[in-house]
Design a protein around this ligand. Structure first.
Ligand code: ZNH
Length: 147
């Protein structure tokens, strides 16, 4: 089981309580789709993803970015049981959506970059380390039901 210190818990709680989901969610997913264009294949139903501008202006991409970010609330509220918390979502991504689990890491890195840009110098190495630890646990949990 993953252990969290009180400091780590408060860092994670703090980041999320100051996070503007409607801003950060879309920006993270947009960045992922632009930087790693092969991730676009899962969003064929979202319409025009023809270039960076189209991706940035696509309302379905924005809505999905917000939904994914809210998906992290579950981990936030269940930090001691992230694995079980994502069991169902892992099955969905594996068996129904057929999302290659490597992509979870790509999106989490994009999220880190967007959060870093937003927080500026407040995103200290310690805070980054804790945020990336949190995302790594989420990524591992989401990849858990793949076989
Ligand atoms: Zn995912 C969906 C989360 C990643 C793809 N997602 C989803 C949802 C959620 C999530 C919550 C919804 C579900 C239901 O409905 O039930 N994701 C998530 C998270 C993450 C993710 C948390 C990380 C961090 N995804 C991802 C990626 C991808 C994806 C990376 C690719 C690339 N998802 C997806 C899809 C879907 C989802 C495709 C479906 C959509 C629609 O249809 O709308």
């Amino acid at each position: 089981m993953v252990e969290w210190s009180e400091t780590e818990r408060s860092i994670i709680t703090n980041i999320f309580s100051n996070l503007d989901y409607n801003d950060i969610g879309p920006k993270a997913l947009v960045r992922c789709l632009i930087v790693y264009p092969w991730t676009q294949r899962y969003f064929a139903s979202f319409g025009n993803l023809y270039n960076a501008e189209a991706i940035s202006n696509n309302p379905q991409v924005a809505a999905h970015g917000i939904r994914v970010l809210h998906g992290l609330d579950r981990a936030l509220k269940n930090m001691d049981n992230i694995k079980a918390t994502y069991a169902e979502l892992s099955v969905l991504h594996s068996e129904k959506l057929h999302v290659d689990p490597d992509n979870f890491k790509l999106l989490s890195d994009c999220l880190t970059i967007v959060v870093a840009g937003k927080m500026g110098s407040a995103f200290t190495p310690e805070i980054q380390a804790t945020f990336q630890k949190f995302l790594a646990v989420v990524v591992s949990a989401l990849g858990r039901q793949y076989h």
